[in-house]
Design a protein around this ligand. Structure first.
Ligand code: F6R
Length: 261
């Protein structure tokens, strides 16, 4: 894992956008995995800026969302499909038909989950997967105790995650769905390059457990240690619990030749 500690979240967002721009530059028809939530927002704003100011084109990109609530219609303003359209794809030239998200309102959710994994494979697999991390160490909505080999499926959200996400629902936890459809940890690990973003002191503990702790289903993000190409981009606040922070700074920071770039 490459652990890049940046002075500010804005500096991290530039690096994330660089990774995506490189992927698109190598192969315009690249497949990008998108997370929702707060962590990637600065990166998404940087991509929108590059599209507007430099002509970075997403016309041939396929985008796959990590997860979706079950029980919210896709058009609900807080569905993850609405969120990513509002925060990113509506501001790019990505064709609407190239945006894929788990169908959380399918009559047959199990079949929809299998179809979603199949669609990712049919698109050629994810080239770059963007991830955030939950305070409980979740990635996607794979909560603690999720199988490290899991595929896209229905999951129940923990109380902690529903409390965290209630900020998007007028602070009312009762409005936050109890279930979601999420890519499994095994699905996420199939991506060729994974970029996990974490900012702020609330993420310091889960980041340290994910990067330096044992691989365990109780910290789903720790499964990333099994992947050959993961870049973790954290600001100073999210890095404070890392035992080897100085080593990471020395190895990965401000190095134009670091592996992902
Ligand atoms: C979002 C997702 C979640 C978030 C995580 C962190 O699609 O899958 O795993 O990445 O809950 O959320 P934020 O970034 O809002 O702190």
């Amino acid at each position: 894992m490459e652990i890049v500690i940046t002075d500010t979240p804005e500096a991290g967002a530039v690096l994330v956008a660089d990774v995506i721009e490189r992927a698109i530059g190598r192969d315009r028809a690249s497949v990008i995995g998108l997370a929702t939530g707060s962590s990637p927002l600065l990166s998404y704003r940087e991509l929108i800026r590059r599209h507007r100011d430099t002509g970075l084109s997403f016309a041939d990109v396929e985008a796959f969302l990590l997860d979706e609530y079950v029980g919210l219609h896709a058009d609900h303003p807080e569905s993850y499909r609405s969120f990513i359209k509002r925060e990113l794809t509506d501001h790019l030239d990505l064709p609407g038909s190239n945006l894929h998200s788990p169908d959380g309102s399918a009559a047959d959710l199990a079949a929809a989950a299998v179809a979603y994994d199949r669609a990712i494979v049919d698109a050629g697999g994810v080239d770059v997967q963007i991830l955030g991390i939950g305070r409980d160490g979740h990635i996607g909505f794979n909560e603690p105790s999720s199988s490290l080999g899991s595929r896209t499926r229905l999951k129940t959200l923990t109380e902690e995650t529903r409390i965290d996400n209630s900020r998007f629902f007028d602070g009312d936890i009762d409005q936050v769905p109890r279930h979601c459809m999420t890519q499994g940890i095994g699905t996420i690990l199939d991506a060729r390059h994974i970029v996990m973003i974490a900012n702020g002191d609330a993420k310091a503990k889960p980041v340290a457990l994910a990067v330096e702790g044992p691989i365990t289903a109780m910290v789903p993000a720790s499964a990333l240690q099994l992947h050959p190409h993961v870049t973790v981009i954290v600001d100073e606040a999210a890095s404070v619990a890392l035992t080897h922070a100085d080593y990471y700074r020395h190895t990965y920071r401000n190095k134009p030749s670091w592996q992902t770039l």
